[in-house]
Design a protein around this ligand. Structure first.
Ligand SMILES: [Zn+2]
Length: 567
């Protein structure tokens, strides 16, 4: 931030009260997240006997992953064919439409092979690819995942370190522009970045296309700082250096010229069938030259996974009506492809765009989570055991898929978030009542608990086997089940509980074991060895009785043989 901008800010200070609605909106969001999260997590964990974390952002995110996984596992691949036509072998290759029946493909091949082909039409279209925008955090995380395989969290951590070292600007931003007061400093930053990459000095700097005051709110896009020119970057860890280079290269690309090319589509006739060839001729490299240069910077651990995926090559000059003798036709086999698993790159994009159709244009936030929280949401799903990383892919675990099966729709769909954001936007503008919003949220939490009083019969056993019964409850006859700290009645209304660390046992340096608890339930008595007596400092064996009186705590006592009346 420039000094002038700070001074201008101080000169036009506003009354703090003007921002109270922003506070109400933020506190409502935090409270609502907590209220729904803690109630739903406890509710479903209790119903299914497993810790099942539920949250407004993480659950719809998991649902997207589970839905994609369902499509992948249900995918049935289908074979199809094409006929490939080579003219002047090696220079022009044209393809037929896709063909399902192999016999049809064979017929076309036979009709065309060694025959003459003629160019029926040529279409040329000039296209321009605009330079990419500067990075906000999500865009930086996506690119570094594609280029280096970093997780969203790794990128955020590295960017935070670079920010603390004053080498890049504040990373937790969702703006992809800078403000007009920063424009004057850009050419020097571009020079620094170009030097880093060993690129030539005469690169264009069109600053206007990265400036937009209206699209900068709390923070501007992530760019490197003038400190980079002075810093010894060789001392940086690989991850940080890669992220810094990526950020610097992005600035050079973003202020560059458009990339312009000509797309050529040539249609050929042969044996009465049509074949299409596509080609591309570059007219002006523009910003793509910088991008390509960046990928060849030495010392960058570039994984190379992010190739240019467009497969159209160049075509030699062809004229309409031109003929080619002795074309070679071959049948090729292909298979339809299942959808791809999400990577952090594609998941971040999906989170950013989720529910966009449901939010109003004015909603302050869109999508699931914020740039600053998305990495943590992904990590939470990993540590909770709901998704795993397999290479770059994020794949839901069986528990993750099952959790989505048992949850009611409102918790799984990004719609809930969209509705909240719309309401919170109104609160932030002072046009809606925060208390009313919270009452709705409380009602929703209550309805959730009331509407899910028991586990769904079909899904009861999804999360491991039900607990084993160790005996019958002396109060109601229900099963007594073991849990971590106690043996309790399966009926929640019945409050029969035998604590493992009941004072009766711990004061005698013992714990209530499953064997003893089962015996007490079966016979009302159990023999216990090695009880400790503090008074006598020695151990002894005794028979213990279950003396339940129906109160809050279960009582135990020693089975003392009836005293002989004293003579
Ligand atoms: Zn009971």
């Amino acid at each position: 931030m420039e000094e002038s901008a700070i001074k201008a800010g101080f000169a036009t200070m506003k009354d703090g009260n003007a921002y109270d609605p922003l506070y109400y909106s933020a506190i409502c969001r935090a409270k609502a997240d907590w209220l729904i999260g803690i109630n739903a997590t406890r509710l479903f964990s209790t119903l299914y006997n497993k810790t099942l974390n539920v949250g407004r952002v993480q659950t719809p995110t998991l649902a997207m992953l589970a839905e994609r996984q369902g499509k992948i596992s249900g995918f049935v691949k289908e074979k199809y064919h094409r006929v490939r036509l080579d003219m002047e072998v090696g220079t022009i290759t044209a393809q037929s439409e896709t063909i399902t029946d192999p016999q049809d493909a064979a017929n076309i091949q036979a009709a065309c092979h060694t025959r003459q082909a003629a160019c029926a039409s040529i279409t040329k279209e000039q296209k321009a690819v605009s330079p990419p925008k500067l990075f906000d955090l999500t865009a930086l995380q996506r690119d570094s995942n594609r280029m280096f395989g970093y997780t969203a969290q790794q990128t955020l951590d590295a960017a935070q370190k670079l920010y603390e070292a004053k080498l890049i600007t504040y990373p937790r931003t969702d703006s992809r522009f800078i403000t007009s007061d920063m424009a004057a400093g850009i050419p020097a930053l571009v020079t620094t970045a170009a030097a880093l990459m060993g690129a030539g000095a005469d690169i264009p700097v069109i600053t206007g296309q990265i400036v937009n005051d209206k699209k900068v709110s709390d923070h501007h896009a992530i760019i490197h700082t003038t400190e980079v020119a002075k810093a010894d970057l060789s001392k940086l860890p690989d991850t940080e250096r890669n992220i810094l280079y990526l950020t610097a290269a992005r600035l050079v690309c973003a202020v560059g010229d458009k990339h312009i090319y000509e797309a050529i589509t040539a249609v050929f006739d042969c044996g009465g069938y049509s074949f299409t060839a596509k080609g591309k001729t570059t007219i002006a490299e523009g910003w793509k030259a910088t991008e390509r240069h960046f990928t060849t910077v030495p010392n960058l651990k570039h994984s190379g996974a992010d190739g240019d995926t467009e497969d159209s090559g160049t075509l030699p000059p062809i004229a309409e009506g031109q003929t080619f003798d002795n074309a070679a036709a071959t049948v090729t086999e292909h298979y339809t492809q299942p959808p791809k698993s999400y990577t952090e790159d594609t998941l971040l994009s999906a989170m950013e765009n989720a529910g966009a159709a449901d939010t109003t244009d004015e909603a302050e936030r869109r999508g699931l989570g914020t740039p600053a929280t998305r990495a943590a949401v992904i990590e939470k799903l990993v540590t909770g055991g709901f998704i795993i990383r397999k290479g770059r892919q994020l794949i839901p675990t069986p528990d993750g898929e099952n959790l989505i099966k048992i949850l009611p729709n409102p918790l799984k769909s990004p719609e809930l978030t969209a509705n909240w954001e719309n309401a919170l936007t109104l609160i932030a503008k002072g046009e809606a009542d925060p208390d009313g919003f919270m009452r709705d949220i409380e009602d929703m939490a209550r309805a959730l608990v009331a509407g899910n009083a028991a586990p769904a019969e079909e899904y009861k056993a999804l999360f491991g086997t039900p607990k084993e019964a160790i005996g019958l409850c002396p109060r109601c006859g229900g099963n007594v089940l073991e849990s971590k700290k106690n043996f309790h009645c399966e009926n929640r209304d019945c409050q029969f509980v035998m604590w493992k660390a009941d004072r009766f046992f711990t004061s005698r340096k013992k714990e209530l074991t499953k064997t003893v608890a089962a015996e007490l339930l079966k016979n009302g008595r159990a023999k216990i060895k090695g009880l400790y007596s503090e008074k006598k400092d020695k151990t002894y064996d005794a028979v213990i009785l279950l003396a339940d009186t129906g109160g809050k705590y279960v009582n135990y006592r020693f089975d003392i043989p009836a005293q002989q009346p004293k003579a």
